[in-house]
Design a protein around this ligand. Structure first.
Ligand code: A3P
Length: 275
């Protein structure tokens, strides 16, 4: 048996754990779980199921610790991991470059205003509801009306994509990064997946045949996937309904993000069409 594996190993067919070739670095609440689950339909993609948080929380444990968290792969398969906090954590770009300067980087982005509301909704669902201030109180500086946005509040800060991207571009060329529209991933998952598979150098195996629109859920769901032969949607925590936010507050937030969004469109060469 051992000799069989040694032989297979010569041709790279013995599965071994390898450091990732590609990372899904963000952005939180933009559809990162959906994209990872869609990618895992591909036979040549192997991804860690949970968020490893190596580059932000466990970096001191070393690359070997990280490698052991990866699923075993044979040569030619793409090893992946997703941890959405990587995109916004200062130290991460340098550390990823140290691991492998050729790492491919995937970023799902969504209108930063709805992203902030989604982020808030998730936080509120974890806290006891009475203990959490409402969105409008947290997004703006106290007593400023809706005139001063509180940029130190995480859900607001994370959406200033241009700022975070500037840091990544000090270490990685734009061609090594791919930006996926979170909105389009819902409207036309197969089209976004075609682009993603091309970027990763994979055959276009994941196609419209894998998806169906679930009207009850209001989102695309999967017809079948690795280890599951029945159709299924993402869990209950994906695609939550959001609380009603004062439209004036939303309008002020849109104004706040406008210049940053335009800058982000210029940097990426993509108009995401956010309102
Ligand atoms: P909401 O729950 O606010 O609607 P992440 O996985 O990065 O946390 O992103 C969660 C978001 O993914 C959800 O935010 C939802 O809008 C979006 N999403 C995209 N495709 C989805 C799908 N097929 N099923 C459920 N949610 C999806």
């Amino acid at each position: 048996d051992g000799s069989k594996y040694r032989l297979l190993g010569v041709r790279g067919l013995r599965p071994v754990r390898r450091l990732p070739d590609a990372l899904l670095i963000g952005v939180k609440k933009s559809g990162t779980r959906a994209l990872l689950e869609f990618l895992r339909l591909h036979p040549d993609v192997r991804a860690a199921g949970s968020e490893i948080h190596f580059f932000d929380r466990h970096y001191h444990k070393g690359f070997n610790w990280y490698r052991k968290k990866m699923p075993p792969t044979i040569e030619g398969q793409v090893t992946m991991e997703k941890t959405p906090s990587y995109f916004v954590t200062k130290e991460v770009p340098y550390r990823v470059k140290r691991m492998n300067p050729d790492t491919k980087l995937l970023v799902v982005v969504r209108d930063p205003v709805t992203r902030a509301v989604s982020d808030y909704t998730q936080a509120a669902s974890k806290k006891n509801k009475s203990g959490m201030l409402n969105f409008e109180c947290l997004a703006f500086v106290k007593d400023s009306g809706y005139n001063v946005v509180d940029t130190s509040w995480g859900p607001v800060r994370i959406g200033v994509y241009a700022r975070h991207l500037t840091r990544w571009l000090r270490y990685f060329p734009l061609r090594q990064m791919m930006f996926i529209s979170g909105e389009r991933l819902i409207i036309d998952p197969a089209a976004e997946m075609a682009r993603v598979q091309d970027f990763l150098g994979l055959k276009r195996v994941v196609t419209e045949k894998h998806f169906y629109f679930n009207a009850t859920k209001g989102f695309p769901c999967l017809l079948k996937s690795e280890g599951r032969s029945t159709p299924h949607c993402l869990g209950k925590t994906k695609g939550r309904s959001h609380p009603r936010i004062d439209p004036k507050a939303l309008e002020k937030l849109r104004e706040f993000y406008k210049p940053f969004n335009l800058r982000f469109y210029q940097m990426t060469g993509i108009d995401f069409g956010w309102p």
